[in-house]
Ligand binder design. Structure first.
Ligand code: GSH
Length: 293
């Protein structure tokens, strides 16, 4: 079958325009500095011979760089972990979609967060918390939060915004702090990019009832898991609390967490969020943000 005949207008837009333009721009700049990245091994000291081009890590004495997608709750988990461990870092926010061109040159997966130190590439919020020296007390609960609840929260949040009338709100937080050329490119291709993200992440608004039901069950589980405790870790506030609070934060009322503030939702979603925010799980998240973040 002729491949061109199978391409949708969105796929053509991405292939013919977005990909070449971004590939070109991305070799020129990322964040505030010009640099060229090569391939490196995950979580291994980098070597000049590890790729076609040499990767330039932050100079010795400079803090590690934390590459993020600004509204990602996994990136928030990493930020919070670094801050809690008292480790300085410099955040490099990237625009969703364009981030892949940068991340693919550094690590096997395109997911963020990614920590770029003078000697290591650490990809994944769980590995970054390990790198910070923070240990989970309850590994089963952590696994449920990071592998089931985190993706569900993301799908619900995107289905409630990206495929609705206020999708510009989500674009605003996706672009918070990213380099201006990435903002310009993303704004220019937003109609196609939005459709692509909705389709590839399977976050169509019609999935909201099913996602709501699944999330409600997880919030019930987390409320019971909390069992009235103020902190989850036996030794007080720590990794377990950071994981749960950050991964549930996008569900808090849109006045609570600065990162997710002022996002407008359809009325039915707002009713659901208001009800959930009255429950023990999200009341705990709100209190944890208020007193610990
Ligand atoms: N298990 C990973 C999940 C991270 C993740 O799913 N990040 C999403 C944003 S919420 C991402 O980078 N998506 C873009 C991509 O996959 O290229 C972690 O803990 O860091």
């Amino acid at each position: 079958m002729d491949q061109r005949a199978a391409d949708t207008p969105t796929a053509l837009l991405v292939k013919r325009w977005l990909v070449p333009v971004c590939a070109l721009l991305n070799t020129v700049s990322i964040g505030q500095e010009s640099r060229a990245y090569g391939r490196v091994c995950l979580c291994r000291p980098t070597s000049p011979r590890s790729g076609l081009r040499r990767m330039r890590p932050p100079a010795a004495g400079r803090p590690p760089e934390l590459l993020t997608l600004p509204p990602s709750h996994y990136c928030e988990r990493a930020r919070w972990g670094l801050a809690h461990a008292g480790l300085p870092y410099q955040e490099v926010p990237l625009a969703a979609g364009l981030h892949a061109f940068t991340v693919r040159k550094l690590a096997p997966l395109t997911t963020l967060p990614l920590l770029h130190t003078a000697t290591e590439i650490v990809q994944g919020s769980d590995h970054i918390l390990d790198w910070c020296g923070l240990a989970a007390a309850d590994r089963d609960a952590e696994e449920r939060l990071q592998s089931r609840i985190g993706p569900l929260v993301r799908s619900f949040s995107y289905a409630a915004t990206m495929d609705g009338p206020h999708h510009a709100d989500i674009r605003r937080i996706l672009l918070a702090g990213v380099p201006s050329w990435q903002t310009a490119v993303t704004r220019a291709v937003w109609p196609g990019l939005r459709r692509l993200l909705v389709a590839s992440l399977k976050v169509q608004a019609r999935r909201l009832p099913e996602l709501t039901e699944q999330l409600e069950a997880e919030l019930d589980w987390f409320g019971q898991h909390l069992a009235g405790r103020e902190t989850l870790g036996p030794a007080g506030f720590g990794r377990d609390d950071i994981t749960a609070a950050s991964l549930l934060a996008p569900l808090t009322h849109p006045t609570v967490v600065p990162l997710y503030r002022d996002v407008r939702y359809p009325a039915a979603v707002m009713d659901t969020l208001t009800r959930w925010n009255d429950g023990p799980a999200l009341r705990w998240v709100t209190a944890t943000y208020r007193f610990r973040r």
